[in-house]
Ligand binder design. Structure first.
Ligand code: LP5
Ligand code: MN
Length: 242
């Protein structure tokens, strides 16, 4: 049985020196045959694969390429910041793009993987924004703009988002229990794994006479970092302070 690692919310960019160096130091510890699931927001504000030529991204992509070249299986899921990561970067890095929710069966275990933003249904403003920017037409028109203009739009969206988050309650920005229950019911017997909220935990809920489990992944902000590890049928959360 392979070792499987789940990470999310690294938010890597040219500005995230600590996060990038923690990731680049951890990557070589993965062994050939291991699987790494990147469950969204690996990159911060991805504005198109043609932006990957920047040296800070080339360094990260090269590390992913050498990891996939030595037999580690890489899987990449989009988050709310990096949903424009496309087939070109995936090809370069040797990663397989996977769509949410992704059902992963390992022996007797069924794991349901997603970024988690789709469960934050109380955040009506965000859900409206999400629907807008996830439409293929909107994405095509955005990607047709010059890089400098795209960068400006992304910076504007980030600033708006930070401003909005100041006035939203913590509860609004967490997952909605009914959305979680509905997803559990649609996927009987699975364990859920997601990130996005930056509130790492293992939650158990009683649903239809069953105990259902939901793991929330840690973010990699500043010097803290971590992952969820599946080793011999057991999941465990590992968190570090570099
Ligand atoms: O990521 P985080 O944790 O800071 O906040 C999220 C939600 N915010 C977002 C927005 C992103 O941060 C913006 C950056 C995206 C970069 C992608 C580059 C490509 C852009 C072009 C795409 C084709 O996801 C935040 C949630 C929070 O998580 C918790 O769940 O609350 O949501 C918001 O803050 C959104 C606001 O509430 C609404 C923003 C309105 C923007 C209005 C413009 C709409 C039209 C866009 C046309 C340019
Ligand atoms: Mn996110």
């Amino acid at each position: 049985m392979p070792d499987i690692y789940f990470i999310s919310d690294l938010h890597l960019s040219g500005q995230t020196l600590a996060e990038t160096s923690n990731f680049l130091a951890w990557l070589p510890t993965l062994k050939s045959g291991d699987q790494l699931y990147m469950l969204g927001d690996f990159f911060d504000a991805w504005i198109g694969d043609d932006a990957a030529v920047a040296p800070e991204y080339q360094q990260i992509i090269a590390a992913l390429t050498s990891t996939s070249d030595r037999g580690v299986n890489l899987y990449y899921m989009h988050g709310n910041r990096d949903f424009l990561v496309g087939s070109e970067v995936a090809r370069q890095a040797g990663m397989r793009l996977i769509a949410a929710p992704h059902l992963l069966r390992i022996g007797q275990l069924s794991l349901l993987l997603l970024h988690g933003d789709e469960l934050c249904t109380d955040d009506a403003q965000y859900q409206q924004f999400r629907q807008h920017v996830r439409s293929p037409e909107w994405q095509a028109s955005f990607l047709a703009k010059p890089l400098t203009e795209r960068r400006e739009i992304a910076n504007g969206l980030r600033a708006q988002s930070e401003q909005q988050k100041q006035i939203k309650s913590m509860q609004i920005m967490d997952v909605n229990p009914e959305a979680v229950a509905a997803l559990f019911r649609a996927h009987p017997d699975c364990v859920m794994i997601h990130g996005h909220t930056h509130r790492p935990a293992c939650h158990h809920v009683q649903l239809d006479q069953q105990t259902r489990t939901r793991w929330v992944l840690p973010d990699w902000h500043g010097q803290h970092w971590g992952y969820l590890h599946l080793h011999q049928h057991q999941l465990s959360l590992h968190q570090f302070e570099a």
